[in-house]
Design a protein around this ligand. Sequence first.
Ligand SMILES: N[C@@H](CCC[C@H](N)C(=O)O)C(=O)O
Length: 364
Amino acid sequence: MAIAATVSLPLTSPSRAARLSSVPALRSSFLSHSSSNTSVSIRASIAPRNPRFRISMTLQAPEKSLGASSFLDRRESGVLHFVKYHGLGNDFILVDNRDSSEPRITPEQAVKLCDRNFGIGADGVIFAMPGTNGTDYTMRIFNSDGSEPEMCGNGVRCFARFIAELENLQGRQRFTVHTGAGLIVPEIQDDGKVTVDMGEPILKASDVPTRLSPNKGQSVVKSGLVVDGVTWDVTCVSMGNPHCVTFGNKENQSLQVDELNLAEIGPKFEHHEMFPARTNTEFVQVFSSSHLKMRVWERGAGATLACGTGACAVVVAAVLEGHAGRNCTVDLPGGPLEIEWREEDNHIYMTGPAEVVFYGSVPL
Ligand SMILES: N[C@@H](CCC[C@H](N)C(=O)O)C(=O)O
């Protein structure tokens, strides 16, 4: 059986062009095109029965970028065309699902595609779907373990950039997006970053949800949670999806987040009996009243390089616990996010990047 693969990479940065031009077979072609903002597609046919694995490649360097729209217009059955994006290293497979309100793949297929060794590799799969209740679009997402969360902050920034590419829209754009967390409004800025109106945080314990007893009105703020014999101070916040935020424990009031063994402790928070829907957990270090650093263990995805809803929950918790003001830079392993919890409307606004990694196709 012959395998045909098509990979299309946008040449948007000199470093990417330099990396690609280091492949000897591609060098002359890439060097001659690396100065323009264009795409090169590589078609490779591999015949596995031939012991020498004959590989033939066709290089195409179109005058204009192929873009997601024409790439994803291809609709062969049994093949999934996708674009991989990342928001600060939190990476997603974006699927054009605008023709149906049913996801084009199952949670089981999503698990396989997200596998970093046997699949494409991603923290989740995101579907761009027709709008609901008058919104422009609907976003659904499967985590890399196949579960379906209500929302994804980094994902919705990638979603906005994906829609702009699909619809061939340039410059500043604003969309209304229906999610499991309700209405979310991302706006692409002139510099390509995306500011998202993430709505209001949910603090009522039973709605987060957490079984911890409310200790500040209906909320759980700086409350003791015993994990493996250690009592952590936690604040519980929902951004549509559940978050447990901690700045320290009884033994260590100020965390040095780089010292944590996240892979060991993260799952114990995620599956703790106090969180009936499991939880995302953020471990936070305070640099100043406007500068925080966090590491995250995500429900259904494990340690990730960034979590947008998590960064929003962290700022809410920091305000409620008196560590910070309403405008913060939150450093994540993959880079910084700007978060504002606005007093006038109680909404949270998140600003950060979203970038294409590559376009691809896989058999289903
Ligand atoms: N990385 C996301 C959150 C994705 C969902 C999360 N794993 C959950 O299950 O709630 C973000 O950027 O917000």
